[in-house]
Design a protein around this ligand. Sequence first.
Ligand code: C2E
Ligand code: MG
Ligand code: MG
Ligand code: MG
Length: 279
Amino acid sequence: EAKRQPVNECRLFDAALAAKVQARRLLEADLRQALAAEDQLDLHYQPVLDSDGYRVVGVEALVRWHHPKQGMIPPADFIPIAEACGLIVPLGEWVLDRAAAMMMRFPHISLAVNLSPIQLRSPEIAGRILAILARHGMDPRQLQLEVTESAVLAMDSSVEAALARLRSDGVQLVLDDFGTGYSSLSHLHKLAIDRVKIDQSFVHDLGRSQDARAIIQAVLGIGQSLGIGVTAEGVEDETQKLFLSTFGCNEFQGYLFSRPLPADDAAAFLKSHAVREAA
Ligand code: C2E
Ligand code: MG
Ligand code: MG
Ligand code: MG
């Protein structure tokens, strides 16, 4: 009897795993369909504000999936699936295309788009990104590509060449979720990173954690000495904003200012808030 238990547990585990794999496969098929039909996918835009005057300097495009049966599925749940099955490449292009169309109405602010490491390694990525911008007449200098530290670490020479080409056309590179990964300061320099986004976990903890405060101050100090802009994300209250601006943070993003908004609401927000003039 005692011997059989592990076997049963194992079967249970297998059954749970099989159910998980099956659910994932179904979701993958649904995502493929959503991408073809386009009516379930949507973009939200979260405003980014500067430190002097809290004028809007840009928006970050964030993808949304309204699943017909499961309702809203957060990107943290479906982006990994899209990455695992290769759908992230067409999905990423759909995001950029849709966002670039929106930005034609707002040529003075920047557009930040998240770029998966899988996209970064896909063939002709630089050319395809620039072609999408050209199709909409969007200035490449308006675009900020957000990559994570893990993407930077997995970089090979062809990815570096793609990033160099994008940069030479004026596209800005932003390191997202900064402080959570393992990238070194030499990466910031070597890849000519224009801006880092302090991960929201540090901002979230700054009221109760001396370590979080120390990390934020260090990142702001590095930014200042290397001439790299620093954005704080996940800013939810005035205390956080005050701490960040005291130590020289120059851009903010978070629920304190605005949640990510559907296109029409984002357009209304941009029209009713002061927008930083083009330099
Ligand atoms: P991210 O790029 O770091 O985006 C910031 C996330 O923080 C967004 O979550 C945003 O809604 C959320 N956020 C903003 N302000 C606050 C705040 O004050 N408090 C809190 N608690 N959260 C805040 P979201 O939209 O769920 O996206 C999660 C992640 O999914 C993104 O993190 C990004 O890594 C990924 N993602 C979203 N859209 C895309 C996309 O089009 N392509 C790719 N490759 N990844 C995407
Ligand atoms: Mg981002
Ligand atoms: Mg982030
Ligand atoms: Mg994140």
